[in-house]
Design a protein around this ligand. Structure first.
Ligand code: NAD
Ligand code: WQD
Length: 339
């Protein structure tokens, strides 16, 4: 299939592009590069062996997006584009509602007009809200008590896509709720390249390991967990990418929701230890106060994706640490490093 990847220049999108090409699909990237670079797209081309089509377009520019659809004639869309920084969304909710919702509305309008009926959407475990107990299963009610505008935009987009699938019985929608993506392509050529101070744990640890920051701050060690630090379901980005290929190939009329995680929970201190082992670096840390709004524990029930998509995460936490250390150590300043 020819697959239009919105946000395909970003961290997850670049890995999805590689795995789509490896499965015989043709990825086409649309990205306004607000949080990424064309060097990332170039390197995807280097990995897959051919330069993939890239359109530097903002999804909210509907005429420009329509022109891309007319030229490329995609069979399906994987919609990863959006803003994702939780703290920024609290400080500037209008930006998040505008970018994430308007981008999606523009995209689905153009898809409708061009007769494209298949869409896979990047959602998040955050869409479960704060009222359900871990492990999170797809049959849980979603959306209750989501504590930030970013998460609310993802839940709203899920609702929009599900409603469209009711209105148009030919529409094929799959919503993927990712848990915590980490890792990188094993080549070390592509990986996560945060533009600002990383919000997430793994990129922060990597910047400490490579000497860009002094120490990791561990947000609380008095949670009701075995070592007192937060537990998360870290999933290798290559497994996540394979999950998109499986979801794409399994699209059916109607809308479906799947968790993409591993089903196991790892603590902050366990992740720091795994990165120490993988990198051979010391990775100092200090315990600081809890971060407001953090859940003590989140992890997925993964049986639905196993059963229906025939997908399961295969790579270990240690694999993710080795692969992302290969990326970070070869590219200490991300895509702006001399390569
Ligand atoms: P990313 O920021 O690296 O990638 C998103 C891409 O979208 C960027 O390249 C950015 O330039 C592009 N983009 C943003 N607004 C756009 C617009 N209006 N038009 C065109 N392109 C635009 O983020 P990522 O980590 O690769 O995440 C991809 C998707 O997965 C996002 O939707 C995110 O919300 C979701 N997600 C990410 C995580 C995570 O922890 N990384 C977890 C759950 C869900
Ligand atoms: C993981 C654990 C922290 C940073 C967020 C978003 C979610 C999704 C993924 C996009 C927690 C602890 C963290 C640090 C730390 N994003 N931590 N020191 O909070 O599970 O999820 O990213 O969709 O929507 O909410 O991920 O990596 O920020 O935190 O101790 O410097 O690491 O307290 O226990 P989180 P995270």
């Amino acid at each position: 299939m020819k697959v239009l990847l919105t946000g395909g220049a970003g961290y997850i999108g670049t890995h999805v592009a590689v795995e789509l090409a490896a499965s015989g699909h043709v990825p086409v990237i649309v990205d306004n590069l607000v949080n990424s670079s064309d060097e990332a797209v170039r390197r995807v081309g280097e990995i897959i062996g051919w330069p993939l089509p890239f359109h530097p377009v903002d999804l909210r520019d509907e005429p420009a997006l329509r022109a891309v659809f007319e030229v490329e004639q995609p069979d399906a869309v994987i919609h990863l584009a959006g803003l994702k920084a939780v703290g920024e969304s609290v400080a500037d909710p209008l930006l998040y509602y505008r970018v994430n919702l308007e981008s999606t509305l523009s995209l689905v309008s153009v898809m409708h007009d061009c007769g494209v009926k298949k869409i896979v959407f990047s959602s998040t475990a955050t869409a479960y809200g704060t009222q359900v107990q871990p492990p999170f299963v797809e049959s849980n009610p979603g959306g209750l008590g989501i504590s930030h505008p970013y998460g609310k935009t993802k839940y709203m987009i899920e609702q929009v896509l599900a409603d469209l699938a009711v209105a148009d019985p030919a529409l094929e929608v799959t919503l993927l709720r990712y848990f915590n993506p980490i890792g990188a392509h094993p080549s070390g050529r592509i990986g996560e390249d945060p533009a600002q101070i990383p919000n997430n744990l793994a990129p922060f640890i990597l910047q400490v390991a490579v000497g860009r920051r002094d120490q990791v701050q561990v947000f609380g060690n008095n949670y009701p967990t075995p070592d007192g630090t937060g537990l998360r379901d870290y999933v290798h980005v290559m497994d996540l990418a394979d999950g998109h290929v499986a979801a794409l190939e399994h699209l059916r009329p109607g809308s479906r929701l799947y968790n993409l995680g591993t089903g196991t929970a790892t603590s902050v201190l366990e992740l720091i230890r795994a990165y120490r082992q993988a990198s051979g670096q010391e990775i100092p840390y200090e315990i600081v106060a809890r971060r407001p709004g953090d859940d003590p524990v989140t992890y997925a029930v993964v049986s639905l994706a196993e059963r229906e998509l025939k997908w399961t995460a295969k790579r270990s936490i240690y694999d993710a640490c080795v692969d992302s250390w290969a990326w970070q150590s070869a590219n200490p300043n991300g895509y702006t490093s001399d390569q």
